[in-house]
Design a protein around this ligand. Structure first.
Ligand SMILES: C[S@@+](CC[C@H](N)C(=O)[O-])C[C@H]1O[C@@H](n2cnc3c(N)ncnc32)[C@H](O)[C@@H]1O
Length: 294
């Protein structure tokens, strides 16, 4: 791959998904994009770049999706789900006792293990949530992962990663070598394609936001910008949960850590501050339109 081709792809990925590749990730591009180029009948990365410059949005979408890392598993890192059960939900049950509704956003839900882990956790709370309206919105940039998430069908390997056996037995049905999560759990999760670089206001406000293991791929400016906008889309007494390698420290004043609860944050009062969407270039809305779905 020539240096100009690499720079072109780096910029394209940064503008469309926020992915911030360092100067030495040529191997990553090649391993992910060569198969895609060949499938499109192109000889290599050079031809792929030429074609991308012609502007076919579907190809841009394929390139962006091929470069996303979709690694996830049930109850990933355990601790966030303990926070959810032991700190977040008890607080929500008190604070929303009159309204009896809770809105949760899984902001990079990938293939569904994270939103379904939350849905099973809520189901396990049983009577405490009787009569409540519970909404879990799972969004992701990638249509491919959302499709899998909607289907809720997982391999033996996937259900063995992080999922306690009693929850597997209780909430899944075996279909040959695969397992499908039950319809009532699937019905608790709504899916929507959504790019974190875009305006959040169309999503409404949430009591809880899980935004885990996605910001690590972005540069500092993009992270700060997203934190500012997340704070505005969270209720003032809401909760933000980040991944184990992520923090707000040094990046934003919009959130403060909850003491003794690693990865858990509450918003500061930032509603008066302006929230500017970053990075949305001319191509981004076109791509959103091309890949948007229910
Ligand atoms: C590593 S997975 C994390 C999944 C899950 N949150 C977890 O922690 O297990 C990162 C996900 O972020 C999605 N993603 C990457 N860039 C995004 C963007 N700009 N907007 C929304 N989702 C994005 C990817 O498609 C991928 O599914």
């Amino acid at each position: 791959m020539t240096p100009p081709d690499y720079e072109y792809l780096r910029k394209l990925l940064r503008d469309h998904s926020g992915l911030d590749l360092s100067a030495d990730k040529q191997y990553l591009i090649e391993s992910r994009l060569l198969p895609l180029a060949r499938k499109a009948g192109l000889a290599g990365i050079g031809e792929l770049v030429q074609k991308l410059k012609g502007g076919p949005i579907a190809l841009v979408t394929q390139v962006v999706e091929a470069m996303t890392t979709n690694e996830t598993f049930f109850f990933r890192d355990k601790v966030p789900f303990e926070h959810f059960r032991d700190a977040i939900m008890p607080d929500v049950l008190r604070a929303r006792a009159n309204r009896k509704s809770v809105r949760i956003w899984c902001a990079a839900g990938s293939t569904g293990q994270e939103p379904y882990s939350l849905a099973m956790s809520l189901k396990e709370m049983g009577a405490a949530l009787a009569g409540w309206r519970v909404e879990i919105l799972a969004t992701d940039l990638s249509q491919d992962v959302l499709e899998k998430s909607r289907a809720g069908i997982y391999s033996q390997f996937e259900v063995q990663r992080g999922l306690p056996i009693q929850l597997l037995v209780k909430y899944f049905k075996q279909q040959g070598e695969l397992w499908q999560i039950n319809a009532d759990i699937r019905a608790m999760v709504q899916h929507r394609q959504f790019n974190l670089l875009h305006d959040f206001s169309q999503l409404g406000t949430f009591d809880v936001i899980f935004c885990r293991n996605v910001l690590i791929y972005f540069d500092q400016e993009t992270k700060s910008n997203i934190f500012g906008r997340l704070a505005k889309t969270l209720e003032p007494d809401g909760f933000l949960v980040l991944g184990a390698a992520e923090t707000v420290v040094g990046l934003t004043e919009a959130f403060r850590p909850v003491s003794d609860r690693r990865g858990l944050y509450r918003p500061n009062d930032v509603r008066a501050a302006p929230a500017r969407v970053l990075n949305v270039n001319v191509a981004a809305p076109r791509m959103a339109a091309a890949v948007a779905g229910p």
